[in-house]
Design a protein around this ligand. Structure first.
Ligand code: AMP
Ligand code: MG
Length: 418
């Protein structure tokens, strides 16, 4: 990356009315309130939903001390003193050995079987020599080894999962391991989407002169689907103030969030921001970023409004960087962040100071086995194929200029949403 501190003189890149990304995120966060209504649902249905209250463990996990291995249970004190152990019984998972074991004795024990009175140590079956009903130990052993203590995973009364958590498959398993069948989660968020543009056609229709297929409603729908919201799709709205107003009024009655694409620039047919201003409030509408400078953020009645840019890559990038965190915030998912790492970039990158850039790239393994990042090439905001090829963004800060080969760059791997 260029080290010389460059001033933001390029007129095309620098716009004094644009917010920087951090300020824009802050303004969005301040505007939002989290949904508080909850519902009580079966744990399998709760995957990807937000846990509404802390879940405390009502039991010890494991509920009883048990063996972590298939082998033989003995008293730890016998390790040094006893050469031959007599086999007096067997403990299986679900079939405990009910007597107590005396010094010099052992029981056959399987993984998950309860540890009985008199023993505290399990010797793996690979580490014993068996002679009829006597065993001797091979190698060295520690007192208490291969035993899972009662409550070692979760002690009774301790918090198992905290409110605000987006529930993962392991969380659902954890709830099941506590015997919990239903949980309280935040209600589903309702999102209404629409595209604006006289040039747009639905898939399946025949394209006329100067027309293109509407792809934004597909990328946006799919990303929303992965976040896990209820989606209403109002289709394609023509570029005229009346149709746009009618659609926005309709959407604001039923939705928590309205997401549009197109019509937010300053072109002759860009009525989105103007209509937002008429029906509600505009919080801001320009961010110093590339792709995706125009992003109209505001509110109409009780619905939050996000007017994404029309270019397909700009729409996806702004969604990923701003709308995804915003929706998760409304869903009550605390501490959400798109993680990033530093990697060596093996491509030369073009960049002019003035805006933060999210360049499409792929993380690959170099010949020496090192993870490095490589550009997908053409960064035009209409080039959806390079979005599809990419598996990460390279984030180049506002003041950065061109990036030389082998510079360290900030890389944000796609997290399964894109
Ligand atoms: P706009 O923001 O309306 O000026 O649109 C910018 C560019 O994105 C134009 O080339 C549009 O044709 C294109 N575009 C707008 N909406 C969509 C959409 N839903 N799907 C694909 N391309 C779009
Ligand atoms: Mg348009």
């Amino acid at each position: 990356m260029s080290n010389s501190k460059q001033t933001t003189t390029c007129q095309d890149e620098y716009d004094p009315n644009s917010l920087d990304v951090i300020e824009a995120r802050k303004r969005i966060k301040q505007m939002l309130t989290t949904a508080t209504e909850t519902e009580n649902i079966a744990i399998r249905e709760a995957l990807d939903r937000t846990l509404a209250e802390d879940v405390l463990s009502s039991i010890n996990v494991p509920a009883y001390t048990n063996s972590a291995m298939d082998g033989y249970a003995i008293a730890g004190d016998d390790i040094e003193n006893i050469k031959l152990f007599s086999l007096v019984g067997t403990a299986l998972a679900g079939k405990p050995y009910n007597n107590s074991v005396k010094s010099g004795e052992c029981i056959r024990i399987m993984t998950g079987a309860p540890i009985c009175k008199g023993v505290d140590t399990v010797i793996m079956q690979e580490h014993v020599e068996v002679n009829a009903d006597q065993i001797s130990l091979l190698g060295t052993h520690k007192v208490g080894q291969n035993v899972r203590e009662k409550g070692e995973d979760l002690a009774q009364g301790s918090p198992a999962i905290f409110a605000g958590r987006r529930l993962t498959p392991s969380d659902i398993g954890l709830l099941a391991s506590l015997g919990i069948s239903k949980v309280n989660v935040i209600r589903k968020i309702r999102v209404t989407i629409l595209s604006t543009g006289d040039e747009l056609k639905n898939v399946g229709e025949v394209l006329g002169e100067g027309q293109i297929y509407d792809s934004n409603r597909y990328t946006i729908y799919c990303m929303l689907h992965r976040i896990g919201v209820d989606i209403t799709d109002l289709g394609i709205i023509k570029d005229n103030p009346e149709d746009i107003r009618t659609a926005f009024e309709h959407a604001s009655k039923n939705a928590d969030v309205i997401i549009t694409s197109g019509g937010v620039s300053v072109g002759d047919a860009d009525f989105v921001k103007q209509t937002l201003e008429e029906l509600g409030t505009v919080n801001f509408w320009k961010i110093a970023m590339k792709p995706g400078r125009p992003l109209a953020v505001g509110q109409i009645k009780n619905a939050y409004f996000f007017g994404l840019p029309g270019n397909p890559v700009s729409a996806m990038v702004t969604f990923y960087q701003f709308i995804q965190p915003a929706i998760r915030e409304i869903m009550g998912q605390t501490h959400f962040e798109n993680p990033s790492i530093q990697l060596k970039c093996i491509s030369k990158l073009k960049k002019r100071p003035g805006r933060i850039e999210f360049q499409r790239a792929t993380i690959i393994t170099s010949e020496t086995g090192e993870k490095v990042v490589k550009t997908t090439g053409n960064q035009g905001s209409h080039v959806l194929s390079s979005m599809s090829e990419a598996n990460c963004f390279i984030i180049l800060p506002m003041e950065s200029g061109n990036v030389e080969v082998n510079s360290l760059v900030e890389v944000q791997p796609f997290d399964g949403l894109l």
